[in-house]
Each structure stands twice: as C-alpha cells, then as structure tokens.
Write a protein that binds this ligand. Structure first.
Ligand SMILES: Cc1cc2nc3c(=O)[nH]c(=O)nc-3n(C[C@H](O)[C@H](O)[C@H](O)COP(=O)(O)O)c2cc1C
Length: 394
C-alpha cells in the first residue's frame, strides 16, 4: 500500500474522524451545504439510526480466509459493491473534487456515478475513469428536453457505463443552513463567506490553486462562465422526471439504465415495467423531504417487489463497511455513499476519496469474515433482524 495511504488508514479509521477535521478545514458555508438536510433535518439521523438498527446473525465454523468483496454490477467486476454517489457543485466543498473522485474510483475499481451538476465534464471524467464511470442525469425540461437528451448522448459517446435518472427532486426544497449562510444559486462569495474561507486555510489554499468551480457539463448550453452557468442551472435544471420522459430516455439509452431516488415499491415496479435495469433506493441523504422514511427501511419491500428483474442498490446514511453488509443482507446488490467520500476530501485533502474507498472496502471484507461469508452473493443468505422494515400488503 502507498505509505501515505497506509498512514491515513491508521490515523483516520472512521468517517467521524474525517468529519471532525472537515469541520475546520472547510469554510462553514461549504461544510453545512454538505452536511445539511431539509427542514428540521430529521431525515439524516433517521437514515443512520435505521441502518444501525439492522442486526445480522453471524455464522461460524466456516473458513473465511478468502473472503472477497468483489462484485459484478451490470457486466463489470468491481473491487467492491460500493460506489461514489453524485454530488452537485462538489468543487465548492473541495476544489478539484470531481477529478479526485474519478481518480479514486478508477484506482480502487469502484463505480463513480458522476452528476449532471459536477464541476468537470462527463468527457473529462470518462477519460480519467474509463472503466468505472456512471452518469447521473437531472431533467432540463425546456425545448422538449433537448438538453436532457443531449447530456445522455454525450455520456454515451464518452463511454459512461450506466445512466441513472434522479427522480427524488420533484421541486426545490428548503435547507435552512444554506439560507442562513446565504448559500444559493447563482453562487456569490459574500463577505461572511470570505471570512469563513480565510479561517479554513486548507480549503483556501486549494481554491487559490484550482479556482472557483463551475458547472462544467452545463457550460455548453449556458455559455461559459461560472455566473452564467449557475444562473442557467437555477432556471432550467430540476423538477422530477415523469414516467413519459423516462420512457423516451429508456428508448434512447442502449446500455443499463437506473432510476435514483425510489422509496415506494410501486414506483420501483413502474420503473421495471418501462425496462429500467436498476433502482437506487434513496431519500437523497435526507436533503429533500424531511418526512421520508429511511431508505434502508424501504429496501426489503422494494427488493421483493422487483425480484430478479432489476438490480437494487441503496444509498443514504452509509458510512461504514458494515452498513454495506447490512444493505446486501436485506436484498441490495450494492450501495453508494455521498457525504462519506466528500468528508474524505474535506477532512484529508486530495487523497481523501481514495482513503475512504480503501477504508470501506477493508471494513466490508472484515464484516464478511466476521459473519461467515466469503462472497458478496452469500451475504443475502444471512439472517437479519430489521425492526424498521416497512411492509406493503396491497
Ligand atoms: C452536497 C450534496 C449534493 C448532492 N447532489 C446530488 C446531485 O447533484 N444529484 C443527485 O442525484 N444526488 C445528489 N446528492 C445525493 C447523493 O447522490 C446521495 O443520494 C446521498 O448523498 C446519499 O446519502 P449520504 O450522503 O448519507 O451517503 C447530493 C448529496 C449531497 C450531500
């Protein structure tokens, strides 16, 4: 192992170690944009508590020396069923974030679902991470979705492996921390933010080196420049996909296609009936709808509803390898983590995402050995206790 990564492994074994450091290394407005949620912010602790409540019964007497988290997803063999989730405007939280995520994912051989609102283009990301890039799409409804379909075509031409359409942002939401910090679109550095940035010198040095980020995918449509693209994003990006547009997208995208942000089994079934290949069970990390259930509590019902017709994955609240084991025990084929990877960058800097990937993969391998399984497929056979699981009888 790279000696620096080996040292980081010893120094910062848990996400909580990184969070503590990110809090002072990032300016407050950026840290709170990352860590904030909708409304009263009950959704985020609910995600964590729900995951932590899932118990998995270990089996003993099995030789686990060869436990391996390698997993095949949509025809590619990954080092582990753990992906980096899309994070819009990631470069404002850690300058260079999109590139760093791409490089970390390629180096560790894990999926990177880069977002429409990332701060490098899909073409750049596919060049940096040719084997592991997936593309997350938001709708841009103007002109009968001309830009939506163009973005998908660009992702295809660049070599993205999987397309994921996000459904769980049907409208703007209210994030009080961003309001108090004056953090909005178009992004403007206020005097207060400059003060916060001055204290957070690791971030300030990084931004001095790399510049204030822009919505790189969008500049082709908006015209160049941070303010221009941000205004365009504010005006045009968002609103949920409806099923009719998803069906048209399905028609055009020839490779595997997922929907991200599903919580009701009936919505999962609807997606499968349109030919969608995968579902990301997610509540957007508690950032959109504060009353939504924890995504892990909806997972078993959704996995049962779609059966083997689609690949079910989970995000929202994953911060440890044992969470990945929990999700797989309840029917997921893999997970994504958002904040954990960004806290890696905020807490450590450029190597943070690689470090985080290494920590999660190692923890999953250890959790597999502790529970007596050697392949990720076997995890689904483990007995679980899941007090928060929802049941749908209708
Ligand atoms: C700062 C931030 C920005 C995000 N931006 C996007 C985005 O542009 N598109 C998207 O589909 N999801 C976005 N998400 C949601 C993540 O992809 C993912 O669903 C969520 O972070 C999972 O929860 P976790 O952070 O607890 O792992 C964002 C999340 C965060 C924290």
């Amino acid at each position: 192992m790279d000696p620096t990564l080996a040292q980081l492994r010893r120094q910062y074994p848990m996400v909580s170690d990184l969070e503590r450091r990110a809090r002072w290394r990032m300016p407050r407005f950026a840290f709170e944009f990352l860590q904030g949620g909708a409304g009263d912010e009950t959704g985020m602790p609910r995600n964590r508590a729900a995951l932590q409540s899932v118990q998995v019964v270990p089996r003993y007497g099995v030789s686990v020396g060869a436990a391996s988290p390698e997993t095949e997803l949509f025809g590619h063999r990954y080092a582990a069923p753990i992906g980096i989730a899309p994070i819009g405007f990631d470069g404002i939280m850690w300058p260079g974030a999109t590139r760093l995520f791409a490089q970390a994912a390629q180096a560790r051989n894990i999926p990177y679902m880069v977002g429409t609102l990332a701060t490098e283009t899909i073409e750049t990301v596919c060049a940096l991470a040719p084997d592991v890039t997936w593309f997350q799409l938001y709708p841009l409804a103007a002109d009968d979705h001309r830009v939506t379909f163009d973005l998908a075509a660009r992702a295809d031409a660049a070599g993205a492996k999987v397309l994921a359409a996000t459904l769980d942002v049907p409208a703007r939401t209210k994030r009080p921390r961003d309001m108090r910090n004056g953090f909005g679109m178009p992004f403007k550095l206020t005097a207060g933010m400059l003060w916060q940035a001055g204290i957070a010198w690791p971030w300030a040095l990084a931004i001095a080196k790399r510049g204030i980020p822009t919505f790189a995918n969008i500049e082709r449509y908006s015209g160049p420049g941070r303010d221009v693209s941000a205004r365009y994003v504010g005006q045009h990006v968002g609103g949920g996909f409806d099923w009719e547009v998803l069906a048209r997208l399905r028609d055009r995208w020839k490779g595997p296609m997922m929907v991200k942000g599903i919580l009701h089994p009936k919505d999962a079934e609807k997606a499968v009936s349109l030919g969608i290949d995968g579902i990301v069970v997610s509540n957007h990390g508690g950032r959109q709808f504060d009353a939504s259930p924890a995504s892990v509590d909806m997972l078993p019902a959704i996995a049962a509803a779609v059966g083997s017709r689609a690949t079910v994955m989970l995000d929202s609240g994953v911060t440890a390898g044992v969470d990945v084991l929990r999700a797989l025990a309840l029917g997921a084929k893999g997970v994504f983590a958002g904040r954990a990877f960004m806290l890696g960058l905020g807490g450590i800097g450029d190597l943070g995402a690689q470090h985080m990937a290494g920590a999660l993969i190692e923890e999953l391998t250890l959790a597999m050995a502790q529970s007596g399984v050697t392949t990720t497929d076997q995890i689904a056979t483990l007995a679980t206790h899941h007090p928060g699981a929802w049941r749908f009888d209708a």
